[in-house]
Design a protein around this ligand. Structure first.
Ligand SMILES: Nc1ncnc2c1ncn2[C@@H]1O[C@H](COP(=O)(O)OP(=O)(O)OP(=O)(O)O)[C@@H](O)[C@H]1O
Ligand SMILES: [Mg+2]
Length: 367
């Protein structure tokens, strides 16, 4: 028996973010899956092993926790290339979707097949024990859905079988959880603020303050109210609005105005946030400003997000600061700051390094 390995996994609506062991391995996988056949046709099968694993996740998943057991899936980038791929809807419950479990198991299996910790296996089947920390939206925790989610994870062995995936074809990983902790998503960010990776408290001043954390994700915005070192479930609020729709709208306007087809929302994010040549695209070889398009769409979204903040702050008037986290905060930072300067002047803070604000959501394991 090998020692259990720590896994902190945030299955975001837009992307799964995970890290493993003592920060030994990190994964970022777009949250997209598509049902598939066992033998997916590959051009140049002999070159399969030269391809990127993360672009070719093709698995079968066996688990009693699933609604549909033993189904074959494409996961992440590979799934985006199909026409039958599914992304999560704003109204759905993460804790009740097979998709959430497929993403979670896929990330753990990928970690297991590549980690030294489980290399002792003599054949192609690996037994991997994990201690898992993961999050659910506040709304679902409030409804008590974390209890069932946790027990179905703990209750059985979950198997991921790699099919047409480079380097791992034919490998099977039996995932077992020794321990599962489910946090409301905003709380994980809080723990990250006050503790370092070794779980030492690094921010003593913050620990006894009442603070807000606004997490702007792809499809949702959660504002956690933290008091007495805990999420105040009654005060926290979740909203079905994220940044994905606005990114899609920008893409659409660029297409109709300039005839340029951007590949994905990620391209839009790049145009908005890159250091050089921000808000410019190439149109038929000419550098073209698209600031008019990005500006009005993002400002509109920032106003809505600012209204959420006002609303929650007015009900929690003794809050000392609000931290903005999540990918959406990186996108909207300048707009929200400008609005705040003009309007209420709340004490708010962003994370200067965009990637930090996303990794803030990694789930630390605390006892
Ligand atoms: N480094 C970055 N800079 C700017 N934007 C980013 C960055 N990384 C991701 N984004 C964008 O921010 C959006 C939200 O990403 P995030 O990972 O916070 O969502 P999520 O956690 O998956 O969604 P949810 O919180 O709704 O479950 C995505 O559209 C993503 O493209
Ligand atoms: Mg999120």
């Amino acid at each position: 028996m090998t020692n259990p390995r720590i896994a902190a996994v945030d299955v975001g609506n837009d992307a799964l973010k995970a890290n493993f062991g003592k920060m030994e391995n990190e994964l970022y996988i777009p949250n997209v899956v598509a049902q598939d056949m066992e033998d997916r046709p590959v051009i140049g099968i002999e070159e399969l092993n030269d391809k990127e694993v993360l672009d070719n996740i093709h698995i079968r998943v066996h688990s009693p926790a699933l609604e549909e057991n033993n189904v074959v899936y494409r996961v992440g980038n590979l799934a985006t290339k199909t026409t039958n791929s599914t992304e999560l809807d704003p109204g759905s419950s993460k804790s009740e979707e097979d998709q959430t479990l497929i993403m979670l198991f896929a990330s753990l299996a990928l970690d297991a097949v590549e980690s030294e910790a489980f290399k002792a296996a003599k054949n192609d089947t690996i037994d991997a024990n994990y201690i898992l920390g993961t999050g659910l939206p506040l709304r679902e925790v409030k409804e008590g859905k974390d209890v069932g989610y946790r027990s179905q994870l703990l209750g059985s062995v979950h198997q991921v079988e790699f099919l047409v995936t480079p380097k791992h074809q034919g490998k099977k990983v039996n995932i077992k959880f020794d321990e599962v902790k489910v946090y409301p998503e905003g709380f994980a960010a809080y723990v990250n603020l006050i503790m370092d990776n070794e779980l030492k408290v690094i921010n003593k001043e913050l620990i006894n303050k009442q603070i807000l954390i606004q997490d702007i994700g792809g499809l949702s915005t959660d504002i956690a109210v933290i008091r007495n070192r805990n999420v105040d479930d009654d005060k926290a609020q979740g909203f079905n609005l994220g940044v994905s729709e606005s990114l899609e709208q920008i893409r659409e306007e660029i297409r109709s105005k300039h005839g340029v087809e951007l590949d994905s929302r990620r391209d839009v994010v790049d145009i908005i946030t890159r250091k050089n040549d921000r808000h410019h695209i190439m149109v038929k070889g000419s550098r073209t400003n698209v600031h008019d398009i990005t500006d009005h769409i993002l400002l509109e979204l920032a106003k809505k997000e600012y209204r959420f903040l006002r609303n929650v702050w007015s009900k929690n008037s003794q809050s000392e600061i609000c931290y903005f986290v999540g990918g959406g905060s990186a996108v909207l930072k300048d707009y929200i700051k400008a609005l705040n300067n003009k309007l209420d002047g709340f004490n708010i803070e962003f994370f200067e390094d965009e990637s930090e604000s996303i990794w803030m959501m990694r789930m630390p394991i605390i006892n």
